[in-house]
Design a protein around this ligand. Structure first.
Ligand code: MG
Length: 263
């Protein structure tokens, strides 16, 4: 045996020994190694249809009353109109927006809305309303998911229905005709702020419009602004607000509003 063969033998022996050690240290992986059994997710009973509130939802409007809502201006009892199981915007002077009594952080929201069949006007003045995903002030302060007749009604695309107003452009136009009920299903991740009020993490919104994905984990640049570039203002928890827009078209209606707070 020459020197080369000796070296080769030594190396082979070493490799065999280390393979044996590895086999001893790491037993053969089993399917059970990657199974997680705890904690078990809580049981939630879904609604009869996906539009109905599941058992852990907070029902914000079930067609009967406005007990969960107040005026956004002065927190007096909400003065919008409840009739035939639906809620219609009250555009009378001085009534204004309404918002929930409860405050929320992260949540899943379901809300249905209907543009009147005989809607008039054009652009932003045709069935304008809005769902403020977090209401951070008495006026139009907060983060608005636009509600508008966007069925064959042109306007700037970051202001059509399905847009996070003046920030996102919906991926598609999933509008139904005026007179038909439409739905939004929203996942809202509230922004987080540092002690000094500076932004820690931005807000995100995912929106399904009539079941169609239109905003996909969209990162907001701040609160909704009609004029100028959005920026963040620190808040912790906030109500959800519905907009009484000042346009001259007939008021729109809402129904079946529920929310699930996320841990
Ligand atoms: Mg609006």
């Amino acid at each position: 045996m020459n020197a080369y063969s000796l070296k080769l033998l030594a190396l082979t022996t070493l490799l065999a020994a280390s393979a044996l050690t590895a086999a001893q240290v790491s037993p053969k992986p089993k399917p059970e190694d990657t199974e997680v059994w705890h904690p078990v997710p809580p049981v939630v009973t879904p609604g009869r249809t996906d539009a109905d509130p599941p058992s852990d939802a907070v029902v914000l409007f079930d067609g009967k009353n406005l007990d969960q809502w107040v005026s956004a201006q002065d927190h007096a009892p909400a003065q919008w109109l409840v009739h035939d199981g639906i809620l219609t915007v009250n555009k009378a002077h001085g009534v204004g927006n309404i918002e929930t009594k409860r405050k929320f952080k992260d949540y899943q929201l379901h809300i249905e809305w209907r543009i009147p069949a005989d809607i008039t006007g054009s652009g932003q003045a045709r069935g304008n309303s809005g769902v403020f995903l977090a209401s951070t002030g008495p006026g139009d302060d907060g983060y608005e998911l636009q509600v508008l007749d966007s069925y064959e009604n042109q306007t700037y695309v970051n202001g059509m229905a399905g847009s996070l107003y003046k920030q996102s452009i919906p991926l598609v136009n999933a509008a139904r005709k005026p007179g038909e009920w439409q739905s939004y299903d929203v996942v809202w991740t509230a922004p987080r702020f540092n002690q000094d009020g500076s932004l820690k993490t931005p807000a995100y919104a995912t929106v399904f419009w009539n079941g169609v994905l239109v905003d996909d984990h969209f990162e907001l640049k701040g609160q909704t602004l009609y004029i100028g570039k959005p920026f963040y203002k620190a808040y912790d928890r906030a109500p959800i607000k519905l907009q009484a827009h000042g346009d001259k078209s007939a008021p729109i209606s809402f129904r079946n509003i529920w929310v699930r707070e996320l841990p």
